[in-house]
Ligand binder design. Structure first.
Ligand code: SF4
Ligand code: FES
Length: 233
């Protein structure tokens, strides 16, 4: 076990093992840091910036930065909460999200964060990007309108050889996630279920299944994101 260290979050004294990522160390101390591209047990990518905190006046991603002895972390300041809110607003305007008609409603982390940050109408203009729904695979339906390009599917869904089943295609505005041409066939029922679970939004759905728990009884229908640290991802 690494040595225990002391650090602070918003001036509250915390302890953790040296080297743990700030999000995980905070969680151990009962403090929630909003995240989106991060997924427990999967190597962090630090791509969405929702978990941004400040240390020594520098903005850092809490999912990729390890805690250190004496670190003074700023978390819940007006500036940082507005930055997180802006990121969520941008994601809503960049994609085409239709929450009332989405199978992930109530389990969607993007929707849950929008409620947390009390987003009524995004401050940025909607892009209305034209995106497809890919239903060509026998097991899953892939709705590119909802994808936030967090790469959780690429990082978490791997076949028996440890190879990612999902991959990126194209660049810049045309970039999208797709099943790897060679490895897509190795998507088992279990991996398809995992992909649906890992995706923070409703971009990946298992065909003819969707979600068994009805709307109104799902994770964030019952408890807002961040209020139940144990089950939050
Ligand atoms: S399909 Fe889902 S998990 Fe994969 S990058 Fe898009 S939003 Fe993230
Ligand atoms: S959760 Fe840390 S950058 Fe996305």
């Amino acid at each position: 076990m690494n040595k225990q260290i002391i650090f602070t979050i918003d001036q509250k004294e915390c302890t953790s093992e040296a080297g743990k990522y700030i999000v995980d160390a905070a969680r151990e101390n009962g403090i929630y840091i909003p995240t989106l591209c991060n997924y427990k047990g999967v190597k962090p990518a630090g791509s969405c910036r929702v978990c941004t905190v400040k240390v020594n006046k520098r903005h850092l991603t809490a999912c990729t930065t390890p805690v250190a002895e004496g670190m003074e972390i700023e978390l819940n300041t007006t500036e940082l909460n507005d930055l997180r809110k802006a990121v969520v607003e941008i994601l809503f305007t960049e994609g085409n999200h239709f929450c009332p008609a989405c199978e992930k409603s109530g389990n969607c982390e993007l929707q849950a964060l929008a409620y947390r940050f009390q987003i009524m109408a995004p401050r940025f203009p909607y892009q209305f990007n034209k995106r497809d729904v890919d239903a060509s695979h026998p097991k899953i339906l892939h709705d590119h309108n909802r994808c936030i390009l967090c790469k959780r599917c690429i990082r978490a869904v791997k076949n028996e050889e440890g190879k990612s089943v999902f991959t990126f295609e194209n660049r810049a505005k045309k970039v999208h996630i797709k099943l790897d041409e060679k490895l897509g066939d190795s998507l088992t029922d279990e991996l398809a279920e995992k992909a649906m679970e890992v995706c923070p939004v409703g971009s990946i759905l298992v065909k003819e299944k969707g979600f068994e728990i009805p709307i109104g009884e799902r994770t964030y229908d019952k408890v807002p994101i961040g209020e139940m640290l144990i089950t939050d991802k």
